[in-house]
Design a protein around this ligand. Sequence first.
Ligand code: RAM
Length: 385
Amino acid sequence: MKTRFSFTLLIAVVALSMLLSACGPQATPVPTQAPAAPQPTTAPAQPTAAPAQPTAAATSAATSAPAATTAPTTAPAASTGRVYALVPKNLGNPYFDTANKGAQQAATELGVTVNYTGPATADATQQIQLINSLIAQKVSGLAISADDADALKPVGAQAIAAGIPVVSWDSAIAAGGRTVHVNQAEAQGIADVQIKMALDLTGPNGGKIAILSATSTAPNQNEWIADMKTTLQKPEYSKLQLVDTVYGNDEDTKSYQEAQGLFMKYPDLKVIIAPTTVGIAAAARAVQDGNLVGKVFVTGLGTPNQMRAYVKSGASPEFALWNPSDLGYLAIYTLDAIATGKIKGQPGDKFTAGKLGQYTIAQDGTVLLGPPTVFDKNNIDQFNF
Ligand code: RAM
């Protein structure tokens, strides 16, 4: 049974990698970008006539991003034979698909293979089974967005003990189960921007707000929620009343139903904050379907392509995110720097991540991509991911 499962998995991985090598790496090279600042990867479908002013967050992304020290490398490198696995929380999520695009670009530049493989649902047990099988296949390195920080620690430690470096990215494995974590933005910054947007949407009189999260074990969402609760203690947010936190498990249908449940339970609810790209799109759709535009607003973390229609309809006038493609790109460059022995993955280690420039591993063993960008009707058409 187990052998049959492994064999089926092997076939699936081979088929997937053939598919990826057929479409991923041959994508048009991404134009040179300002380091870490989210940029369109292709021309926007309908560019706005006048470029909008960048938001404060976007400006700070541009100014505080690491400086590029080398010219961007986009030419395919000769194959090195190194094979990495890029493991998302779950498959079928456009956020992770976009991260994979960046990872495939890094793979082309580095001459390595990146196989994108993950569990069907955002479930730690499935993810651990998959990682065990990748360790048995002796991959050259693992880049994982964790479904549970502590549950994945033993399998991460096992990989490291077997000589396979582990980079967690997006959603961290607890220290000890990873070599380095590649963080999309400071957790407190991600929390602050979401609470600020909630107050923008309620107006100065505030009101009831609720959080619609991913899974209850998601390390990244749980950290952001804890930090949002800290932010809410500040005097300027005293009129915002957090009434509930519910979980849509990063599944569209469950997230939609949880949003509807919030409308029923709190008829005077003003804002749903969904710190997940799946939850925010489902909640905005539920607002539209329920004819609640203008009464309940949705904000949080979303991808511009999934949220464009809801920004324009007013269901979700503003939301935030970093560039997931850059995150996948940085995760693979970080992993490759460790796997090739360029760095050990220790605090203070410096390495260059292609077009994004130079990074330094911080004291807490993390690498930071940069601050999030706020999207609204003024700038959303400049982004295509
Ligand atoms: C979902 C996932 C991911 C998170 C984004 C914001 O796609 O939960 O981990 O970073 O939302």
